[in-house]
Ligand binder design. Structure first.
Ligand code: GLU
Length: 323
């Protein structure tokens, strides 16, 4: 009898053990197959954030085993640092900032070695927004004014500093406020600042917001300033904001732009990056639906202004489609 019980007990334990083994290996297989992808974007009132969301959806629906999500951040410089510290897998950043990161220039003391390109995307327009009642018609008029220069760790902030310098000003000549686009918009509305720099695709939600509530001007950055800027920083190009982009700004405004790009950590596998690149370019209609700037993304221009080494997975896709 006792032997019988022992045998049955032994069998039961055997079954439990096998079941446990199957369950744990299933967990292992699942864990190996799910690749979590965090996309670092920018503030919620910018353009990176909605476009990053569309991108995450594209990956989730088209790349097997990928679980992608977005993170709101301080934008370009902060995003590069998150890639450098392996806190995120993908990021949207400006192409000028990518170049400085890869070459230890400007705000980067050291070369960021694990940054690779997937694609350049659309122009990011440097928009100096001012309250119409502040009397600011040129960069030089910012002297003595309270100015939002972008979030700490943004590409916008670097652009603000460089553009002020080209016009002969430094942060000592203005009252500097480090604010996200949404905060800058609220502060303009409430009269706490006179002007704000915004580097983003157009139209930018934060500027649409303030334009709906207050009279604003977009201050031009002309050809002379562009020439000075380009001598030191060749990523700037001239661009026109068409009249009517924002309520009350009916004239075309000449200013400067850089390019948005999608970057990835170098250590992601070639297959994974290939699959994501392919999914991305096969679903550009989704990007176009998420924001007007998404309509400017194309395979044809994906390597224009590419300032860093392209990830081998993306390069494989471009070779395959003859780009
Ligand atoms: N280009 C901006 C920056 O890096 C962010 C733009 C956006 O959030 O759309 O500062």
């Amino acid at each position: 009898m006792k032997d019988h019980i022992r045998t049955r007990y032994g069998r039961l334990m055997g079954v439990v053990l096998v079941a446990l083994l199957i369950a744990s290996s299933a967990v292992t297989v699942f864990a190996q197959r799910t690749q979590f992808i965090t996309i670092a974007t920018g503030g919620t009132a910018g353009v990176y954030y909605p476009l990053g969301g569309a991108m995450a959806e594209i990956f989730n629906q088209n790349v097997a085993g990928v679980n992608a999500s977005v993170q709101a951040t301080g934008a370009s410089v902060a995003n590069v640092n998150m890639i450098a510290q392996s806190q995120v897998e993908l990021a949207l950043i400006q192409n000028d900032i990518a170049f400085y990161a890869a070459n230890a220039q400007e705000m980067f003391q050291n070369r960021i070695g694990n940054l690779r390109g997937i694609a350049t995307l659309y122009p990011e327009v440097i928009q100096l927004v001012a309250r119409a009642d502040a009397g600011i018609q040129s960069i030089a008029d910012l002297r003595g004014k309270r100015v939002a220069v972008g979030d700490a760790g943004s590409g916008t902030e670097a652009n603000a500093r460089q553009i002020l310098a080209a016009a002969g000003l430094t942060y000592n000549d203005i009252t500097v406020r480090y604010l996200s686009f949404a905060e800058a918009s609220n502060n303009l509305r409430d009269g706490h600042i006179e002007a704000a720099f915004v580097t983003a695709g157009i139209p930018t939600a934060a500027i649409q917001d303030i334009a709906a509530q207050r009279d604003i001007v977009i201050v031009p950055i002309g050809a002379d300033l562009l020439e000075k800027l380009r001598a030191d920083y060749p990523f700037y190009t001239g661009v026109t904001i068409p009249g009517g982009t924002y309520r009350g700004v009916n004239n075309d405004v000449h200013t400067v732009a850089v390019k948005a790009m999608l970057v990835v950590r170098a250590d992601l596998s070639e297959d994974l990056v290939y699959n994501m690149t392919k999914a991305f370019f096969s679903n550009l209609d989704r990007m176009a639906a998420a924001h007007a700037s998404g309509r400017l993304i194309s395979l044809d221009s994906a390597l224009d202004g590419m300032p860093i080494e392209v990830h081998p997975g993306a390069a494989r896709y471009y070779a395959e489609v003859g780009r």
